[in-house]
Write a protein that binds this ligand. Sequence first.
Ligand code: IMP
Length: 182
Amino acid sequence: MELGTADTVERVLISESELQAKVAELANQISRDYEGKIPLLVGILKGAFVFLSDLIRYVNIPVHVDFMQVSSYGSGTESSGIVKILKDLDISVEGRHVIVVEDIVDTGVTMQHLLELLSARKPASLAVCTLLDKKERRLVDVNLNYVGFEIPNAFVVGYGLDYAEYYRNLPFIGIPYKKVYE
Ligand code: IMP
């Protein structure tokens, strides 16, 4: 068994077809809600890049895309509570309808920091679209406007989400064998 491959995944939590159907549904909602506007979708690197790239292809209104990179986890599986900006936006958010696109909201610490930072830059509106919501782990209250799936408290990988940079390329979301990361 080689780290980062599908055979080190113990259980598939969300299949490729379930993911695609849900991403299309979220994109349809966004297209309806932002009709007549040009939302700026802010993907949070690196985890959200797969979700964002599928999402925008199902959106049928004009959108702009930019990226931010923040760090909170390092290479382990526990949040440090410290959020550092590693890459900032290129496009100004002032007066824009901003949608933060995230792979997963876990404790909520990362998202809370991001929302504080972005709202200080005076966007016209600020919303959050997350593929996964690990609600039972939440430490701070954050408002999530679009949620793909609520998932149980398990460490998940695939579809952009990593363990020590591995697994981002899997087309599904799965739970790796514990011995992989313990
Ligand atoms: P939070 O600040 O605790 O909400 O953590 C959010 C970030 O932690 C996400 O953007 C992910 O990068 C990472 N993360 C949280 N849970 C998982 C997981 O189960 N697998 C992979 N990364 C995760």
